[in-house]
Design a protein around this ligand. Structure first.
Ligand SMILES: NC(=O)c1ccc[n+]([C@@H]2O[C@H](COP(=O)([O-])OP(=O)(O)OC[C@H]3O[C@@H](n4cnc5c(N)ncnc54)[C@H](OP(=O)(O)O)[C@@H]3O)[C@@H](O)[C@H]2O)c1
Length: 283
């Protein structure tokens, strides 16, 4: 079977490519810059940009059976071109925010974006599976800078509890959904295997990278002031709402196990896999 992976050079996509190759699938990877893709030699690279529908030529889709859809703007044109070319099945990367389980999700940047992505797919084909992961463990790479400099981590809502998911588990779930008929028509919430307070998250990272780490709790206002020049205000609002809510209602765990057949990777495993990102000489 030939499977087209969009977002193939990203954190989830690289693991998905590997997982599909391990299942002896023919993998085609869409990227805006094949010269920089650095994917395994067994992968067929195709050039394409969601933002430029003319780039989604027949060559991108010829012979493709199924596709993994990265949630980029321009998905509607992508799915139009893919279905015209005969692609039969789609697994879509979305977000738990699209499920609108909490008042904070309604109208949030993530809910609006991912709801539009989901709609663009489900209005064009019935052969979809939607993956709705909660917060990615990779978001904790924002702590890499203080950690590699030996500084304390500064974060608000230290007692709030989230269940960060390893990008490899999102990829394994995507591979499973692409390779089985069991998940068609389902929107599947996914999280990491444990809800951990932010204090426990720091401890898990410390265990994973084998270093002692310190967490200093700061106020939401201090956090806003410290990140305002790097992070757009709607994203700061979304993060603070999430952490505030998960003080009293920790993330509910949505195991990947039904798809992947094994427990999700722990946060300490994630940190170990990302040891290089936290190393003192990492840029
Ligand atoms: N962070 C979270 O907590 C969270 C939670 C739930 C869902 N999500 C979703 O997961 C996504 C991040 O996944 P990730 O970490 O795997 O992504 P990533 O590492 O940031 O990689 C982005 C990928 O998207 C591709 N891409 C970007 N713009 C493109 C375009 N115009 N046309 C074609 N390809 C394009 C890039 O490919 P090239 O550069 O090779 O073209 C790259 O492979 C978020 O954007 C969000 O939608 C995130």
């Amino acid at each position: 079977m030939t499977i087209l992976v969009t977002g193939a050079t990203g954190a989830v996509g690289r693991h998905l490519v590997r997982a599909l190759l391990d299942h002896d699938q023919d993998v085609r990877a869409l990227t805006r810059d094949p010269a920089r893709a650095a994917l395994p030699a067994a992968v067929t690279l195709v050039s394409g940009d969601f933002a430029d529908s003319a780039s989604l030529s027949d060559a991108v889709f010829a012979g493709v059976d199924r596709a993994f859809v990265f949630p980029g703007d321009g998905v509607a044109a992508f799915v139009d071109a893919a279905t015209r070319a005969g692609v039969e099945r789609f697994t879509v990367l979305s977000s738990l925010a699209a499920a609108k389980e909490f008042p904070r999700d309604e109208g949030s940047a993530s809910q609006l974006h991912h709801a539009a992505i989901e709609q663009a797919v489900t209005t064009r084909t019935d052969a979809w599976t939607i993956l709705r992961p909660g917060t990615f463990a990779n978001n904790l790479l924002t702590w890499a800078w203080p950690i590699k400099n030996g500084w304390p981590i500064r974060a608000p809502y230290a007692a709030s509890a989230q269940a960060p998911i390893h990008e490899a588990d999102v990829a394994d779930a995507a591979a499973a959904s692409l390779l089985s008929d069991e998940w068609i028509g389902q929107a599947i919430p996914l999280t990491g295997p444990q809800a951990l307070t932010r204090t426990e998250q720091v401890a898990a990272i410390a265990a994973g990278i084998g270093r002692e780490l310190e967490l200093v709790e700061i106020s939401p206002e201090e956090f806003r002031a410290e990140v305002a020049q790097f992070v757009p205000a709607p994203i700061i609002d979304m993060l603070l709402d999430y952490w505030r809510d998960t003080l009293t209602e920790p993330d509910r765990v949505r195991p990947v196990t039904p798809l992947t057949g094994r427990p999700g990777r722990t946060l300490a495993e994630w940190a170990r896999d990302h040891r290089a990102d936290f190393a003192a000489d990492a840029t």
